[in-house]
Design a protein around this ligand. Sequence first.
Ligand SMILES: NC(=O)c1ccc[n+]([C@@H]2O[C@H](COP(=O)([O-])OP(=O)(O)OC[C@H]3O[C@@H](n4cnc5c(N)ncnc54)[C@H](O)[C@@H]3O)[C@@H](O)[C@H]2O)c1
Ligand SMILES: [Zn+2]
Length: 373
Amino acid sequence: MNILVTGGAGFIGSFLTDSLIKKGHKVRIYDNLEYQVHQGKIPEYLNKKAEFIRADITNASLLDKALQDIDIVFHEAAMVGVGQSMYQIGKYTRINTYGTGLLLDLIINKHKKHIKKLIIAASMSEYGEGLYRCDNCGDIKPDLRSEQQLQKKTWELVCPNCRSVLRPKATSEKTPLITSSIYALNKRDQEEMVMMIGKAFKIPSVALRYFNVYGPRQSLANPYTGVAAIFISRIKANKPPVINEDGNQSRDFVSVHDIVSANIAVMKNPKADYQIFNVGSGDKITILKLSQLLIKLQSGNNSGLLPLIRNEFRKGDIRHCFADITKINRTIGWQPKMNFEKGLDELIRWSKTAYSEDLFDKAQSILQKKGVI
Ligand SMILES: NC(=O)c1ccc[n+]([C@@H]2O[C@H](COP(=O)([O-])OP(=O)(O)OC[C@H]3O[C@@H](n4cnc5c(N)ncnc54)[C@H](O)[C@@H]3O)[C@@H](O)[C@H]2O)c1
Ligand SMILES: [Zn+2]
């Protein structure tokens, strides 16, 4: 099949491209090599067997050309920094939301006959806080913590009815979406636009809500995304990973290889059509634990490096969210395969020779100046 991978030069898109080519498909990559991610260079790992179009997702005539003779589209291209999206509102919305609008526009007006499926990279950030359980009141989907609560440094969420501390619970696709960043809102828009147009024009469409993806090739010089990559670039520069709150906030870390296998599985299986799925590991891990594992794997136990726990909050951050992956498992039989420590080990081995630049402090001061944190 002829497959278009937008954002195919990026972290997830490049592994997806490799896997599709290995399976015998013809892949066309469409990517503008966003400077913040690629520093103006074509990444070494870019698959030589793929056709590469360097162009912007908002360029109608080049995107139109890229869609010629395509059977399946994976739409991965996006600006991906949550904090950055709060002050680059125009840019994020143009690339993420308008870019997806243009892609859909071209598909239904000019390429509808040959497009057989469209798969969109959605995000766990659409949920805002995850789902929680109160021992007295049952399941709760809370709002973000108030600034008043955060100023008191009481980090865990409490039940809005009885004030007891809530326990995080696996978040299913039915959980209401309460976005708290422009990036999350863009992702929600992308997802809804793709599902709406897919249904209206009978183009099988699937949205995959990725949780926190980690693995080789995630830019170690983009300080706005990927906590594992940001921590690694700090450790490589012999500086401590910086942790907000007390470090006991948790996320669901899923290997890029599992993300690829989920994309391939939904591509192949018509039972996935017109559905939205979580794609995560189904497990939660605290940010403190992540930082400790990365230090241990990268520098050994005797490096003397310790995570720096700030005990301060960042506006808009959630406390816990991890995936309920029952739906994708029951519908098409997909499940993650990567063991977390093995996955981190692969990431660390890659990072030893990868280009990295610790731009964390610079990014923090920009975010501070803009009033985002
Ligand atoms: N990494 C994660 O944890 C995660 C989680 C949830 C969702 N996602 C989504 O997965 C997709 C891939 O993310 P990633 O982690 O591989 O990020 P990435 O930054 O490595 O890849 C994105 C790619 O899109 C390209 N791109 C950016 N702006 C573009 C434009 N204007 N025109 C054309 N190409 C452009 C970039 O050059 C880059 O190669 C994104 O849609 C992202 O929102 C990622
Ligand atoms: Zn309660």
